[in-house]
Design a protein around this ligand. Structure first.
Ligand code: ATP
Ligand code: MG
Length: 400
């Protein structure tokens, strides 16, 4: 079957009035972004309170559906056959040939649901339903009408053209990115943080990211891995502004001045402070991490409290109640897992203590940080000044 358009279904709860425009505009923008690297001539537009993707000429159906399915806010994707508006006898032929091609076994139950956006059409919706229903029954003796619970709901929309559709391919749900502000993701090379970014983006939040790099202890390849992960997340979230912070001197200084068992917590607190600096500068409304309660020593309730204490922005931890297995499942589904498990060193693993504190005491941590007074401000400033900013996943987004 050759489909000429896709009708995009989206959840409409809470998107009345002004919100509806914002929601639909963001949806259109994100669909255009998702299709920008698919071969074909696509026209994404709003029409009569609906969003459509019109496909002009040849295109790869599977690839197109796969790309549209990445767009948050979409509940369903309906492949549409478009026909010219014709009088009813001709329309019957089009509908019969559609049903024959879509349901070749010819034994389903169905219901015709006609809608007339074009009121000049000389029959009303009820009359169209009856006429087309009869034509289908005549053509396929084993098909039956079921108005309450049909296998197939055949939608016939009469607009400038006739739109025929009956299949709904499920979309990812959520809200279109760009409808809920932005947040700063602390993105490491691991399994968790890309999943955390994906989950918050799914709620309509635009993502920025910060990665703490510790050359020469972490290699250029470790940084490239993080860039690869950002690229994979950007497939769903849209372009990501990635800040690569050189964290080496801060880390070495903490290593030199603070008790080694507190190293990870203190390091994490400095990561949060720096992430927050960039977040505020760019108007982000929160931080995002891939932390999950109890996963490692630095993620016990006490450790999370100690890390959290330096933040003034809300910290979103969408994986907080997930087991590793559940996180792995999502990372496989979204395609980040294979990159995450590549064996490149992480700046946290290099300086990690043999016996890190699992129940850090905030006062003690704050006291240890006093050992850093002499040079830390200067080191922080240098880290901020030397941060490299890269836009990941730009594609042709600029042209929208
Ligand atoms: P992940 O591998 O996804 O980071 P993890 O289990 O390795 O998860 P940790 O290394 O303990 O977790 O880090 C917890 C969180 O802190 C990460 O999910 C991430 O949000 C942040 N983080 C850790 N290291 C870095 C880093 N080098 N750059 C940016 N963020 C980091
Ligand atoms: Mg990690």
């Amino acid at each position: 079957m050759e489909f000429h358009s896709f009708l995009i279904k989206y959840g409409e709860i809470g998107i009345k009035g002004k919100n509806r425009y914002m929601f639909e505009d963001a949806l259109v923008r994100q669909i255009r972004y998702a299709l920008s690297d698919v071969d074909g001539d696509f026209y994404v537009h709003k029409c009569h309170g609906r969003v459509y993707v019109d496909c002009n000429g040849e295109y790869d159906y599977e690839e197109t559906v796969e790309h549209i399915s990445r767009v948050f806010g979409i509940v369903g994707i309906c492949p549409v056959v478009r026909k010219e508006v014709k009088e009813i006898e001709e329309l019957k032929k089009d509908v019969v040939s559609y049903m024959g091609e879509m349901y070749p076994e010819g034994n389903c139950t169905f219901k015709v649901e006609a809608r007339r956006a074009n009121k000049r059409y000389p029959m009303n919706s009820m009359e169209i339903n009856c006429a087309l229903g009869e034509a289908v029954l005549d053509a396929f003796p084993d098909m039956k009408v079921d108005v309450h619970n049909p296998d197939v709901r055949l939608n016939v929309e009469i607009r400038e053209e006739v739109y025929l559709y009956s299949e709904i391919i499920p979309g990812p749900g959520g809200m279109p990115v760009g409808t809920n502000g932005s947040a700063m993701l602390l993105l490491s090379g691991g399994i968790d943080s890309p999943v955390a970014g994906y989950m918050i983006a799914k709620r309509g939040v635009e993502i920025e990211a910060v990665y703490f790099h510790a050359p020469p202890y972490t290699s250029e390849r470790a940084k490239e891995k993080v860039m690869d992960l950002a690229k994979l997340v950007s497939v769903y979230s849209g372009p990501i502004k990635l800040h690569v912070v050189n964290f080496t001197d801060i880390q070495l200084y903490i290593y030199e001045k603070c008790p080694h068992e507190e190293l990870t917590i203190i390091m994490r607190r400095y990561m949060m402070r720096i992430a927050e600096h960039f977040a505020k500068k760019d108007g982000c409304l929160g931080l995002i991490t891939g932390e999950s309660i109890g996963q490692v020593a630095s993620q016990t309730m006490q450790s999370l409290a100690a890390t959290n204490a330096v933040c003034t922005l809300p910290v979103y931890r969408p994986l907080v109640g997930f087991d590793k297995r559940e996180i792995v499942e999502i990372s496989e589904k979204i395609g980040t897992y294979e990159v995450s498990i590549q064996p490149f060193e992480d700046c946290c693993t290099i300086f990690v203590a043999k016996h890190p504190v699992t129940k850090p005491n905030l006062e003690r941590i704050e006291k240890s940080e006093l050992n850093l007074t002499e040079k830390i401000d200067e080191l922080m400033q240098t880290a901020l000044d030397t941060t490299e900013t890269i836009i990941i996943g730009q594609k042709e987004a600029d042209s929208f």
